[in-house]
Design a protein around this ligand. Structure first.
Ligand SMILES: NC(=O)C1=CN([C@@H]2O[C@H](COP(=O)(O)OP(=O)(O)OC[C@H]3O[C@@H](n4cnc5c(N)ncnc54)[C@H](OP(=O)(O)O)[C@@H]3O)[C@@H](O)[C@H]2O)C=CC1
Ligand SMILES: O=C([O-])CC(=O)C(=O)O
Length: 442
């Protein structure tokens, strides 16, 4: 498999180049340029670069991942910036942190099209954090992925030091410190939920294995592709050398949606809504918790006294917001999902404000609430900003809340039985509740 490097134009700024440098040799302008650069006595700092693991016209016939031993590491130059070469010393970068590797799957999809530019801009990890983006696609999406990489080039992000694209997770996840797993097959017409769980489960089993083999031992994994809770469970079960605590299923979009609906009802700006927990599955059984949430620091139920609205209207609106949006847009939430991925990462890398918390789908083993162990369940978390989190202990339950938590728990336990063949727990047995729906399926 060939690795191709595509040059990011962003570097031209920090190198003493002119466009004519790029066409100095009719036969091989890129090589000519490269050789010339080598003779320039710049300091030894790598340029940002874009790597592609398959040439566009040399796509391999199989997209099945290959174990590391089988990976051919040969690299072929593609563009003017194809080789590592020196950059002039740059004052701005002296205070930068060391580069972090961020892997993104489904990188040619709608959500990624918003997210990647946020990651590259510094909006997520900060203005002093250079990033390497490692984009996972498939044969299907490889050409589109090159288009994404070209747009990243053209955006001239100073913090974007490296972009690589590939279709083999064993290559793309190499040394990943963050893995944002977005790619998943959408549920098509007539497809059973069990079928979706199986198809996507296989993707996440494979990606879990790849992370286990080649990612950083402390990689933080954010599973977005649906059904994200069970996909996250499958992924973590296939990555036994990575702490289970490092795996998240994205329920932050649901938290954000719930905050918005409460703010609307209370007539306040949404930054006044805090302590918003989404319990359970990223599905229509999810439980937006108005019992523990606050508006202007007061319990929601003291501000919004219409309890019937909270129990019936609010809960349903949050659970079905994804579907309502699809009806308007004709496709599922992409921009707001990307924003919520940013929020969830930032919640892990910045200290949680005093007294507040955030929701994330995390591994239940050891949870203090009595929720079934060994599933991925959205719960309230706090972080001291080191990428890790603790579950919040001081939450209260009433019969209404607990009953709904048990319903979403039952759904996740049923999903887990459906994918037993992918988690190493024997034969799958699928008895999913009939009303099991993704938020977008309403
Ligand atoms: N947790 C949450 O809050 C939310 C989750 N989602 C979920 O995020 C996922 C991505 O959404 P979005 O970016 O809008 O989707 P897109 O359809 O735009 O992109 C999805 C990507 O998934 C990849 N994919 C992997 N396997 C398959 C397959 N078998 N068939 C087709 N595509 C596949 C494709 O990339 P490639 O070919 O490169 O593999 C595709 O580019 C979906 O599962 C969606 O349900 C969406 C909104 C909210
Ligand atoms: O069902 C989908 O793909 C969309 C989804 O998750 C959401 O909008 O919350």
């Amino acid at each position: 498999m060939a690795l191709i490097e595509i040059s990011p134009s962003s570097y031209a700024r920090s190198r003493a180049l002119s466009p004519s440098d790029l066409s100095s040799s009719p036969s091989n302008p890129l090589l000519a340029f490269k050789n010339r650069q080598r003779s320039v006595p710049f300091s030894a700092r790598r340029i940002p670069r874009i790597l592609c693991s398959v040439a566009p016209n040399q796509v391999e016939t199989s997209v099945l991942p290959t174990a590391p031993a089988d990976v051919e590491s040969k690299r072929e130059c593609f563009g003017v910036f194809c080789t590592t070469y020196d950059l002039k010393e740059d004052e701005e970068t002296k205070s930068w942190k060391s580069l972090i590797n961020i892997a993104v799957s489904g990188a040619a999809g709608m959500i990624s099209n918003h997210l990647l530019f946020k990651l590259a801009s510094g909006e997520v990890f900060g203005p002093d954090q250079p990033v390497a983006l490692k984009l996972l696609g498939s044969e299907r999406s490889l050409q589109a992925l090159e288009g994404v990489a070209m747009e990243l080039e053209d955006s001239l992000y100073p913090l974007l030091r490296e972009v690589s694209i590939g279709i083999n997770p064993y290559e793309v996840f190499q040394d990943a410190e963050w893995a944002l797993l977005i790619g998943a097959k959408p549920r098509g017409p007539g497809m059973e939920r069990a079928g979706l769980l199986d198809i996507n489960g296989q993707i996440f089993a494979e990606q879990g294995k790849a992370l286990n083999a080649v990612a950083s031992r402390n990689v933080k994994v954010m599973v977005v592709g649906n059904p994200c809770n069970t996909n996250a469970l499958i992924c973590l079960k296939n990555a036994p050398d990575i702490p289970a605590k490092n795996f998240h299923a994205l329920t932050r979009l649901d938290e954000n949606r719930a905050k918005c609906q409460l703010a609307l009802k209370a007539g306040v700006f949404y930054d006044k809504v805090s302590n918003m927990t989404i319990w359970g599955n990223h599905s229509t059984t999810q439980v937006p918790d108005f019992l523990n949430a606050k508006i202007n620091g007061m319990p929601v139920t003291e501000v919004v006294t219409d309890i019937k609205w909270l129990k019936e209207e609010f809960t349903k609106r949050v659970q079905q917001r994804g579907g309502a949006l699809i009806q308007k847009w004709g496709r599922s939430s992409a921009a707001s999902t990307a924003v919520s991925i940013v929020d969830s990462i930032r919640s892990l890398i910045t200290p949680t404000p005093e007294g507040d918390w955030f929701s994330s789908g995390v591994y239940t083993t050891g949870n203090p609430y009595g929720i079934a162990e060994d599933i991925v369940f959205s719960m309230p978390c706090r972080s001291n900003g080191d990428g890790d989190y603790e579950l919040v202990k001081d939450v209260i339950f009433d019969d209404y809340l607990w009953e709904r938590i048990k319903k979403t728990e039952a759904e996740l336990l049923a999903e887990k039985r459906c994918v037993a063949h992918l988690t190493g727990e024997g034969n799958a047995y699928c008895d999913l509740p009939e009303d099991t729906m993704l938020p977008g399926e309403q």
